[in-house]
Ligand binder design. Structure first.
Ligand SMILES: [Zn+2]
Length: 226
């Protein structure tokens, strides 16, 4: 059986060469979506609670992230956002869940993802943050529930807005659809920048009775560069 599998992968590599999504070098089908030399090149952040570094942190008890948004990890995030890559999303969730563990947070009862608006979800067909959350749920054995939060309306792109404008843009953008009373919820996203999106999620969760709200993302811009 092993030999058949080897031949199968050899043929597969020949017919459909598999490339690392970052450096585009060929990698075997036994390998993952990202090659090992790219993983070595990513800039892993020191493990620390970043909640005080966020410009908007209302409602958030702690915030962790794993890789700096550079050295190719920016390409990973871009790739994940614009390609339907459940496998890559879960792979990243596993890696993230090994770097940052449930013990780094006070407590976690459920994992959820920052939701997309249903129109955006329908157009794209996926929410990359959900895959990351599912990867974490698998490796930590903590339940993932994508229906805890709902995005009620479109929010305009935040890149040109200042802090107050971002907060106003996000206010009431989310609602809570499940019973979160006295629960600790982990909100997962791909990138953590100002914190305005995750803080908007945290505020509605706290208003619905959540005991704690923690945030975990794959990536964040280097704190020193903020
Ligand atoms: Zn590579």
């Amino acid at each position: 059986m092993r030999l058949i599998k080897d031949i199968y992968y050899l043929l597969l590599d020949f017919i459909y060469p598999n490339k690392c999504i970052v450096c585009k070098r060929f990698v075997g089908h036994n390998d993952r979506s990202i090659c090992s030399s790219c993983w070595e090149n990513f800039d892993e952040m020191p493990k620390q609670n970043m909640v005080k570094e966020l410009s908007v942190n209302d409602g958030i008890d702690s915030a962790f992230s794993s890789w700096n948004f550079k050295n190719g990890f920016d390409d990973v995030i871009h790739y994940l956002k614009y390609n339907d890559m459940a496998k890559l999303g879960k792979e990243l969730g596993y890696r993230l869940g090994k770097n940052i563990t449930p013990g780094d947070f006070q407590s976690i009862d459920s994992i959820t993802a920052v939701p997309l608006h249903r129109v955006k979800y329908r157009d794209r067909g996926y929410n990359q943050a959900e895959w990351i959350g599912k990867g974490l749920a698998d490796i930590w054995q903590i339940p993932f529930d994508k229906k805890i939060l709902k995005r009620n309306r479109f929010t305009i792109s935040q890149t040109t807005l200042n802090k107050e404008e971002r907060q106003a843009n996000m206010a009431n953008a989310f609602s809570v659809e499940k019973d979160v009373k006295d629960k600790s919820i982990l909100v997962v996203d791909d990138v953590l920048t100002t914190g305005s999106t995750t803080s908007a999620c945290a505020i509605v969760l706290k208003n619905a009775g959540a005991k704690q709200v923690h945030v975990l993302t794959l990536s964040a811009p280097s704190i020193s560069e903020n």
